[in-house]
Design a protein around this ligand. Structure first.
Ligand code: ZN
Length: 291
């Protein structure tokens, strides 16, 4: 019993530090660059932020960590745009690594913050109430007021650009996948920015009292991702879509490497398989435990 208890304590400590820890590359600067059309990458090595420029001001997706804000600002200015032209702030989902900087960013730019309905309570409570990390102080962030509550399929419009908010829940209850059209060389492309398909370490997919519909939500999310027309494949972290390799290719010139419909389909299929395997494992364990 004592040994079991000790093991539990060690596990709890370990899992807490794990969640509290920053990814080593989260604050590592990354060269800002144009992705396609009016979409620019202004994130770090590990945390993706996108600037969508329009004649009526700009849209930023993901404020990332509080300390990411100055990095994002530098990236925007390096590209020749004004940080203060940021009119609208959007996020991939209500986890601190994508939204902790939102309060500061709103304060500095006056941008309107628009968030998917199911993620709004957490955003406004600074991360409190998250089904997985709610009690962990390390996952908390400065609460930010949401100016517009989005619902599945809502459009965010600015200066001729239209972004569509797709509810793709599971990873958080309001995880949002953004789609838009981008023009390059007289052609129009469908862009998808995946909110997150990941089942994090410790996520309970079976008998989860804090998120009873989690498994159905993941399944629904994969249906949505598979149904979206996708030419340009982007996501909340650069490693979803192979940012490093694609940026290296971009610098070499030639075809735009971010146009990658096959890569998108393959990524979504692999992530769905990972989810199905984890669900099967947890279902078997629950059955063995007689629940
Ligand atoms: Zn997350």
């Amino acid at each position: 019993m004592r040994i079991l208890l000790k093991a539990l304590v060690i596990w709890a400590l370990f899992s807490c530090t794990l969640h509290a820890q920053e990814g080593a590359d989260w604050t590592q600067p990354f060269p800002p660059h144009r992705v396609i059309g009016n979409i620019y990458y202004v994130g770090s090595e590990g945390l993706a932020s996108y600037l969508i420029t329009t004649p009526q001001g700009n849209i930023l997706i993901n404020s990332s960590l509080e300390k990411s804000v100055p990095l994002i600002r530098q990236s925007i200015e390096k590209l020749g745009f004004k940080f203060s032209d940021t009119r609208i702030l959007l996020i991939s989902h209500a986890h601190w690594d994508h939204c902790a900087g939102s309060a500061a960013l709103k304060e500095l730019t006056g941008a309107k913050y628009m968030v998917m309905d199911a993620d709004v309570p957490e955003i406004e409570a600074g991360g409190k109430g998250n089904f997985q990390y709610g009690d962990n102080p390390a996952s908390r962030y400065q609460p930010a007021k949401v100016d517009r509550v989005l619902h599945d399929g809502d459009e965010v419009r600015l200066g001729g650009t239209v972004l569509v908010a797709h509810l793709t829940p599971g990873h958080t209850k309001g995880t949002t996948t953004w789609t838009m059209k981008a023009k390059e060389n007289e052609k129009t492309y469908d862009v998808v920015i995946i909110g997150s398909p990941n089942v994090n370490a410790g996520y309970k997919l079976v008998n989860n009292p804090l998120y009873p519909t989690i498994a159905e939500d993941y399944a629904r999310m994969f249906q949505v991702l598979k149904s979206l027309p996708a030419d340009v494949f982007l996501g909340a972290h650069g490693n979803y879509y192979g940012l490093d390799q694609k940026y290296a290719q971009l610098k070499q010139g030639g075809a735009n490497p971010f146009i990658d419909p096959e890569g998108y389909q393959a990524y979504v299929a692999a992530k769905e398989q990972e989810f199905r395997q984890e669900l099967a494992k947890q279902t078997a364990a629950a059955q063995a435990a007689g629940k």
